[in-house]
Design a protein around this ligand. Structure first.
Ligand SMILES: C[S@@+](CC[C@H](N)C(=O)[O-])C[C@H]1O[C@@H](n2cnc3c(N)ncnc32)[C@H](O)[C@@H]1O
Length: 405
């Protein structure tokens, strides 16, 4: 439960992202189309004659931006209708450049999660995850629909959809309104197979062999989402930071992303041993403090529950110069003690071996399976297979903690 002030802040943050979606067209034109148009116009007639098709290409680029913009605008209208937001873009906070860049990245996120073309890329994780789940199912007394799975950093919810269709019970967690808005639209928008067209590759201009590859349109979604997920109550989405919503109350220091409020404390207490499985898919490297993530995973798992991880260790905060204050809070007086000011968000970039070592020797996990250096793209176009992607790690760890009685 939010206080009125928190609720107001959340509404403004949401509106800012709605505004970012709405301004995609002008941002993309400014960022991608106009500089190239100007460059082309600046050429001598002789140079223009060498690439006579370039003007036509620019027109197609502009049309592709329009098409993406129309798609994003539909997401905005849908979200407004779902959430009863009657104000309009002129009344919403101005999005930052980061908001706009995230909006652009949503187009490739949608391609990664909801296109037929990305099936192989998704399959690298999904096939392994399904195998691990089946093995867990065999050795546990729980039936499939009673296996409770938590997916932190779920993006727009594709993995959750795949697992729910297989009969599992999933809760996704996301803290990005960019992702949450899009997943709301895809999961509830009643889209038919291939109903929407987007141009996911128009925002990058390097590494292309053929112009058509860059201008390729993609249709989403690759299945009738609502029909396949209709009438099931095995799917939930929570909004907020992973450690704030699911972390342990004892082991994590309060900060901007970990609230000491009584409500959040109660929520977190209820999450203790609430899940059979935690799946982190391209997620653990988003940690500013990976140990917080490990504690949180351990906190929510039942004894004998499993943690399935797939993804690289491209630590998101490695090059980030932001800082935050961390502190302890007296639960009765609210007084802050042991305050550490300006703690960098970067740091603690543990290696795969170190994460496994801490988990196994200190946090009572045992290793059931592991695999390293699995090459994978992330929203990579079908024609860019030669472009280096990520080296992913996969592991399945079982929580060996003994149930407290
Ligand atoms: C690299 S994306 C992966 C998305 C999705 N799992 C996939 O494989 O396509 C990482 C996701 O984690 C989310 N995220 C990052 N930090 C988070 C946090 N502390 N709590 C919840 N979600 C977080 C981001 O918003 C983003 O959607």
């Amino acid at each position: 439960m939010f206080s009125p002030k928190d609720a107001e802040q959340e509404t403004r943050a949401l509106e800012q992202v709605l505004a970012a979606y709405s301004y995609y067209k002008s941002f993309a034109q400014q960022e991608y189309y106009l500089p190239r148009y100007k460059k082309w116009r600046s050429l001598s007639d002789h140079q223009k004659e060498l690439i006579p098709w370039y003007g036509d290409y620019l027109e197609k680029l502009r049309n592709a931006i329009d098409c993406n913009a129309a798609f994003l605008q539909e997401v905005v209208f849908f979200a407004q209708a779902m959430m009863g937001i009657s104000s309009n873009v002129d009344q919403w906070p101005t999005p930052s450049r980061v908001d706009m860049e995230k909006t652009v990245s949503m187009i490739s996120q949608i391609y990664r999660e909801w296109s037929q073309e990305s099936k192989c890329e998704r399959g690298l994780a999904t096939d392994r995850i399904l195998q691990a789940l089946q093995a867990y199912e065999k050795q546990s007394v729980t039936s499939r629909d009673e296996i409770r799975i938590l997916i932190p950093g779920a993006g727009t919810g594709r993995l959750m959809a795949d697992l729910v269709i297989q009969g599992y019970n999933c809760e996704s967690n996301e803290f990005s309104y960019h992702m949450l808005l899009m997943s709301m639209y895809i999961l509830n928008g009643g889209l038919k197979v291939n109903q929407k067209k987007i141009y996911p590759f128009i925002h990058t201009f390097s590494h292309w062999r053929s112009r058509n590859d860059q201008l390729k349109s993609i249709c989403i979604p690759d299945f009738n989402v609502q029909e396949q997920l209709a009438q099931n109550n095995r799917m939930a989405m929570s909004s907020g930071s992973f450690i704030d919503c699911y972390g342990s109350n004892e082991k994590i220091r309060a900060s901007n992303t970990y609230s000491a409020s009584p409500t959040m404390k109660l929520t977190r207490a209820q999450m203790e041993s609430a899940f059979n499985v935690v799946i982190t898919n391209f997620f653990i490297d988003t940690a500013s403090n990976i140990i917080d993530y490990l504690h949180s995973i351990s906190h929510v798992l039942i004894p004998g529950g499993i943690w399935i991880n797939f993804g690289p260790l491209l630590y998101h905060f490695e090059c980030d110069d932001q800082v935050e204050d961390t502190f302890e809070v007296d639960p009765f007086t609210g007084e802050k003690t042991d305050v550490h000011e300006d703690v960098p968000l970067k740091g603690l970039e543990l290696t795969a071996d170190e994460i496994l070592e801490v988990s196994i020797s200190k946090l009572q996990f045992k290793c059931l399976n592991k695999e390293f250096a699995i090459p994978s793209g992330y929203g990579r176009s079908p024609s860019q297979n030669a472009v280096p992607g990520y080296m992913c790690n996969y592991w399945v760890l079982q929580n060996d903690k003994v149930r407290q009685t």
